[in-house]
Design a binder for this molecule. Structure first.
Ligand SMILES: [Zn+2]
Ligand SMILES: [Zn+2]
Length: 551
């Protein structure tokens, strides 16, 4: 499981989380399923934006990167519960050394060429301009505000020289072209193999990944791409004659998936274990990221992997963008919901639940505070949480232990419901493995709804006084459904499931329909599993967003 590396130039916002969350859900699902999961990621620490922030604050770039790396660790792992096998950082020594080795290997395999080419130089700033410091009009779609290497509007990669009306982002002057010698990655060498490979794997890719990659491969054709930069903050190029330059930040950041796997193996005292994932045809590699990262994961990194003879990506789970109250994310205008602020007010399960149910899977979607509150209170708590709460509270009030289906065989309606639960495991499995997490979570909610209907019809709270057998059957069925829901929803919202498990005295979350698992267990009546969201809390957030929009 390869989740994109957050760029640690500032706090993460909920748009980042929406793009990364599928990785944790799918990784958790596969673990429950009994698969051997290696889940790698880390902080992307190099490149010009961090250098720029450091210059502004008058500190070293390490200070900036370390500050937001620590924050990312705290937010993603400690708060949101992302279950990485290892979360590292590209400025760590281990990654540096692996990246330099891989760079050298790709160079030694004749996949790089030195070229002296024109590069943008700003005479006012007296420096070569890295891609992120040039802005202009996209040569492919004509959108303004395209960066030196990529356009946000059409996601296509381009050469900085092809930008129309280029300007220096630091001083707004027009830069000039100057000769500079760099190493280029010979992407055209891989054009045919990439074409053929894409045809075999694309059914595991999101539609946006297929479209972007096809158009880059077929319509545009691949060109040599410079992979060294005139920059001081990064990993030094290991090749003679280029040692004063740094490796292009994207080129070394994607190597992180591999270096992190190696580092994890070393830390586990099984230094060769990485081969089980990277030199194994049976392994399935998922790549999870936002749509602006697509070409790096479907063209550049696969070409590098071909040059290195390592396992190619299998599934590309690339999200669309998350807007905020219908507005496009803008750091400068304050149109964003920052993760540290969101987690200071709301529980991680609420954020995970809403960002999945309303995830930007196939189109841009908006995070709307009222909808957030509605979905959490009505669906997460009203439909799902209350089903467990009611079922297990009634059991502790009326029985010494959970009635088992052996003692209380299901009625007809109950049998149908149990069959639905068994089928739900298959449907949800398939949806998760395809990266269709909205569908997967909706199916789980659907089962909870059916459970509530059954419970309301059977009225065990009344029947317990007059017909104990009737109530026993109802609650045995509901306990089995409650158990199924617990396993099915655990990848999405692990935090309340941990609490529920402690009340039920179980830790088994194996991905299977197990209707007899809870029968006979003595349990503690569960107290509040998931907290409601109050109207006032939401109102403050809406006001904040409206102020930002009108400024
Ligand atoms: Zn464009
Ligand atoms: Zn300038």
């Amino acid at each position: 499981m390869a989740a994109a590396w957050p760029y640690v130039n500032g706090s993460l916002h909920l748009g980042h989380v929406a793009g990364l969350l599928p990785a944790d859900i799918i990784a958790r699902y596969h673990r429950q399923h009994g698969d051997d999961v290696l889940f790698v990621s880390g902080s992307d620490c190099h490149g010009t934006p961090i250098l720029n922030t450091a210059e502004k604050e008058g500190v070293s770039p390490q200070v900036i990167a370390e500050r937001y790396h620590q924050e990312a660790v705290d937010m993603l792992i400690n708060r949101l519960g992302f279950s990485y096998s290892l979360y590292t950082k590209t400025m760590g020594d281990f990654h540096k050394s692996v990246a330099q080795t891989l760079f050298q290997e790709i160079y030694d395999n004749d996949c790089m060429v030195a070229k002296e080419e024109d590069q943008f130089f700003c005479a006012y700033c007296n420096r070569f301009l890295p891609d992120r410091f040039i802005e202009g009009t996209c040569p492919n779609c004509g959108a303004t505000g395209a960066r030196g290497d990529q356009c946000d509007s059409c996601s296509k990669l381009h050469d900085a020289k092809d930008l129309l009306q280029p300007t220096c982002k630091i001083c707004n002057n027009t830069p000039v072209l100057r000769r500079s010698k760099h190493l280029y990655f010979r992407l055209p060498l891989f054009q045919d193999r990439l074409d053929a490979w894409m045809l075999t794997v694309a059914d595991g890719w999101r539609e946006n990944a297929i479209t972007t990659t096809r158009s880059a491969l077929l319509d545009q054709g691949l060109k040599d791409r410079p992979v060294t930069r005139d920059l001081s903050w990064g990993i030094p190029v290991p090749v003679e004659g280029f040692r004063e330059k740094c490796i292009y930040v994207w080129f070394e950041a994607v190597m992180g998936y591999f270096s992190c796997s190696r580092e994890y193996s070393v830390l586990q005292n099984t230094p060769e274990a990485w081969r089980d994932w990277w030199e194994n045809d049976q392994a399935i590699h998922y790549y999870v990221h936002g749509k602006d990262n697509i070409p790096f994961h479907t063209i550049i990194w696969p070409a590098m992997l071909m040059a290195l003879n390592l396992h190619l990506p299998d599934k590309i789970i690339s999200s669309e963008y998350l807007n905020f109250e219908g507005l496009k994310f803008s750091k400068s205008k304050g149109i964003a919901i920052w993760l540290p602020e969101a987690l200071a007010k709301f529980d991680p399960e609420a954020i995970r639940f809403y960002l999945t149910l309303n995830g930007p899977e196939t189109k841009d979607v908006s995070f709307r505070w009222n909808d957030f509150r509605e979905r959490v209170n009505a669906d997460l708590i009203g439909t799902l949480g209350n089903f467990w709460q009611r079922t297990f509270a009634m059991i502790t009030q009326n029985f010494d232990a959970i009635p088992s289906l052996q003692d209380y065989p299901a009625d007809n309606h109950g049998t149908t419901l149990l069959q639905k639960a068994a089928t739900t495991f298959e449907i949800v499995s398939q949806a998760i493995e395809q990266g269709n997490l909205r569908t997967a979570l909706s199916e789980v909610l659907d089962l909870a709804k059916a459970g509530n209907i059954y419970l309301n019809q059977r009225e065990p709270w009344k029947m317990a006084k007059t017909n104990r057998n009737h109530a026993g059957i109802s609650l045995a069925v509901c306990a089995a459904i409650g158990d199924a829901l617990r396993r099915l929803v655990a990848p999405f919202i692990p935090q309340p499931i941990e609490r529920l498990n402690s009340y039920l005295g179980t830790t088994d979350l194996t991905w299977r329909f197990a209707p007899y698992h809870l029968g006979g267990k003595q349990i503690i009546p569960p107290s509040v599993l998931i907290r409601k969201i109050e109207k006032e809390t939401i109102k403050e957030e809406i006001d904040k967003m409206q102020r930002a929009d009108s400024d």
